[in-house]
Ligand binder design. Sequence first.
Ligand SMILES: [Ca+2]
Length: 307
Amino acid sequence: MSARRVHIDTDPGIDDLLALALAFASPELDVRGITTVAGNAALPIVTANARRFCALAGKDVPLGVGASAPLALTPIDAAHFHGRDGRRGAPLPKVDDAELAPARDVLRKSLVSEGVEAVIALGPLTNVATLASEDPRLFANAEVLWMGGTLGAGNVTAKAEYNAYADPRALRILLRSGVRLRIVGLEVTSKIELAGADVAAHAFPDTARGRALEALLRGLCDAQKALTGEDRALLHDPSAITAAAAPDWFSFAAKALEVCDREGAERGRIRARSDGAPVAWAVDARSADVRGSFLERITRWAGEDGA
Ligand SMILES: [Ca+2]
């Protein structure tokens, strides 16, 4: 079976970096392009993290710089969770300054000439919605697989998930664009977790990749502990990578959705509606398999590093 060509749009972010590691460690996936978007931290920070993680991975993937702010509403970040550097101090190689292409060019190239089957979006949908509103036909042969949203409890407000809250206008545009959308939201991802004790006991290889992954995974536990008191790592973004690599492990229901794109208590809240184009909404996953393969794959990947 040939690997599935994908593009990753991301806002790294601790769990984004773990998701990139899993993508590089997954033989089912072939990452043809990466674009960054402001989300967990400001654009220069998330872009540097993405570039430095690609250097760690030894991957020369085309990388484009995207939106520095949402399409509408007040920008937010999550420095309280991910740290001011977006990775809670996890060590990554330094890279030289470089002139980077705009995200729209790199994403367009992934869709037009790289033939990607999926755009995996791990942050606010600003970049994806911008291109989809300019020319939805670009997505004729690709789905957007987004980690975000909830129809239940939120993680930034009572009803809203972070990526939906950060740029609800972008989500609204995408829901109405005709682009095929597959969504893995909090109802599923918040059940895919590693216990802090298991993370502490897990031995990564003593390589540059191993040291970075260990710091990221422990950082994810520390951040959760500081936020809610629970010592565990929630694998939101890595779960979306697994949904692309092992779609059979997830079950989806067709749902038509709407999102509130106004400021206030309802900002970013998603509701099911009775009409409109349905998206594929994740309702369940084989959590133990998703969790187990994540840890097994990134640990093996860390061991393939000679550094
Ligand atoms: Ca993210």
